[in-house]
Ligand binder design. Structure first.
Ligand code: BJ8
Length: 382
C-alpha cells in the first residue's frame, strides 16, 4: 500500500510560486535559461546571475507540434521538448507555463536526434550549443571540455551583462553540492527494506528538480527526508527493482507506475531523473572551472564511448540497494541506450541479476502489454 506523505504536497504547492518568481525575475531583467541535458552546468548559469529551468519534455500533448517539422520515428523526449518550445514561442498553450518564460536555450551536443533538432531551434528561440567530448576518459577530453565551459561562461556573461567571478562560481558549486548531498540522504533511505517511499513518488520529486529554484527544491527534499526519517512506515515487502536507462521527465511516470501497481518497488533509478543528476559532487578545493569540467564529464550518459563508468555505477547501485531485478528502460528510437543494454545485461548476468528490457514511448497503447511482462518478471523474482 502506498504511504501518504505530507511533505509531498509541498512539491505541488510550490509550482505556481515558482512561476510567479520566474515572471517577476523576467520583469526585473533577469535572464531565464532553458537547458535540455545534465551536461550543462547550472553553476555557470547561476553564477552569471541568470535563472534556469530544464526543458526536457515528458508530455504527449506537444509531440504533434514537433512532428510538423521533425520525423515521427525519433525519440519522444526530443519531440516533446521541441514541440513544447515551438508551441510556446508561437503563443500556444500546449506546454507547461514555464516553457514560455525562457530567454535562451543552452543545448548540448549529445545524441544525433538532439543535435540535429538544435539546428532547427534558432528559428524559434535563441540557442547556444555546448560541445562535448565523446570519449570522456581520453587524455584530451578534460582540456577540451574545460575550454568549452569557459566559452559558455563568456556567452553567459555577454547575455546577462554580469561577469562570472571565481567567488560566485565557488558559491554556486557549494550550493549545488548541498543539493547533491541532500539527494544522497533521500536515496540512502531507500536502502531500507522495505523502503519508506515508493519509487514513483521519488521520480515525481526528481522531475520537480528540473524547474524549481535550487533553494525551493532543497526545502522540499529536506522536509521529505525529515518526515521519512521520523515517521513514515514502509510499504509491504516487495521485489526490489532498479530502473536503468533513459530519463523520465515530468509527464512520464509510466514504467515505475506499472512496476509498483504490479507489486514491485523501485528502490533506485539509474537515469538523469535519478542518480546521474546528483551522484558525483564537484570538488570544492580545486579551481572551480577545472572541478566543473571533471565532475560533469563523470556523468555516465550512453552518448559517451566507451561508457564503462555506467556499467560500474549500475553494479554499485545493485549492490548498495540490494536490487533483485533491473528494468532496463529505453525510449523508442534511442539507439545509444538501446545498444548499451547488451553490455549492461552482460554485467548483470555475471552477478546473477535478471534484467527485463522495455522499450516504450509516451503513449498508453502498450501499458497493458508492459504490465503483463512486468507481472511475469516480478513473479519470477518472488
Ligand atoms: S546526459 S541521458 S539528459 S543526453 S533518450 S534525447 S539520449 S535519443 S536524454 Fe539525455 Fe543528457 Fe544523456 Fe542525460 Fe537522445 Fe536517447 Fe532521447 Fe536522450
Amino acid at each position: 500500500m502506498p504511504v501518504s506523505l505530507q511533505s509531498l504536497k509541498y512539491f505541488e504547492e510550490i509550482y505556481p510560486i515558482r512561476i510567479a518568481q520566474l515572471q517577476q525575475e523576467r520583469a526585473e531583467g533577469k535572464k531565464i535559461i532553458g537547458t535540455l541535458c545534465l551536461y550543462v552546468p547550472d553553476e555557470i548559469i547561476f553564477a552569471a546571475g541568470a535563472d534556469r529551468i530544464i526543458l526536457c519534455g515528458g508530455k504527449t500533448e506537444t509531440i504533434p507540434r514537433a512532428e510538423e517539422s521533425l520525423p515521427r520515428n525519433i525519440c519522444p523526449l526530443v519531440k516533446s521538448s521541441f514541440g513544447a518550445l515551438v508551441d510556446a514561442c508561437c503563443g500556444g498553450d500546449l506546454a507547461c507555463p514555464h516553457v514560455s518564460l525562457v530567454d535562451a536555450v543552452v543545448a548540448e551536443a549529445t545524441c544525433d536526434a538532439k543535435k540535429k533538432t538544435y539546428e532547427l531551434l534558432p528559428r524559434y528561440q535563441e540557442t547556444y550549443v555546448l560541445d562535448l567530448p565523446q570519449k570522456p576518459e581520453s587524455p584530451q577530453a578534460r582540456a577540451y571540455f574545460l575550454s568549452e565551459l569557459r566559452k559558455f561562461g563568456k556567452y553567459m556573461q555577454e547575455l546577462t551583462g554580469n561577469p562570472i567571478s571565481t567567488t560566485a562560481l565557488e558559491k554556486e558549486i557549494r550550493a549545488e553540492n548541498e543539493t547533491r548531498r541532500l539527494l544522497h540522504r533521500l536515496f540512502a533511505l531507500r536502502k531500507r527494506d522495505p523502503p519508506p517511499i515508493q519509487g514513483s513518488d521519488v521520480l515525481r520529486i526528481m522531475q520537480r528538480q528540473f524547474f524549481l529554484a535550487p533553494d525551493q527544491f532543497r526545502e522540499g527534499v529536506t522536509r521529505l527526508c525529515d518526515e521519512l526519517e521520523h515517521t513514515a512506515p514502509g510499504p509491504q515487502k516487495a521485489p526490489r527493482i532498479l530502473v536503468a536507462g533513459c530519463p523520465m521527465p515530468a509527464g512520464n511516470t509510466k514504467i515505475p507506475d506499472i512496476i509498483e501497481q504490479k507489486g514491485g518497488v523501485v528502490v533506485a533509478e539509474e537515469s538523469c531523473t535519478g542518480t546521474r543528476s546528483f551522484w558525483d559532487l564537484v570538488d570544492e578545493k580545486k579551481d572551480p572551472w577545472v572541478a566543473l569540467a571533471e565532475r560533469y564529464l563523470k556523468i555516465p550518459c550512453a552518448c559517451m564511448t566507451p561508457n564503462d563508468q555506467r556499467i560500474a555505477r549500475i553494479a554499485e547501485l545493485v549492490e548498495a540497494y540490494r536490487v533483485e531485478g533491473v528494468v532496463y528502460y529505453t525510449l523508442q528510437f534511442c539507439h545509444a541506450y538501446n545498444i548499451e543494454r547488451t553490455r549492461v545485461q552482460q554485467a548483470l548476468k555475471e552477478r546473477n541479476i535478471p534484467l527485463l528490457s522495455i522499450e516504450s514511448d509516451y503513449g498508453e497503447a502498450d501499458v497493458a502489454q508492459i504490465g503483463v511482462r512486468v507481472e511475469a518478471f516480478l513473479e519470477m523474482l518472488a
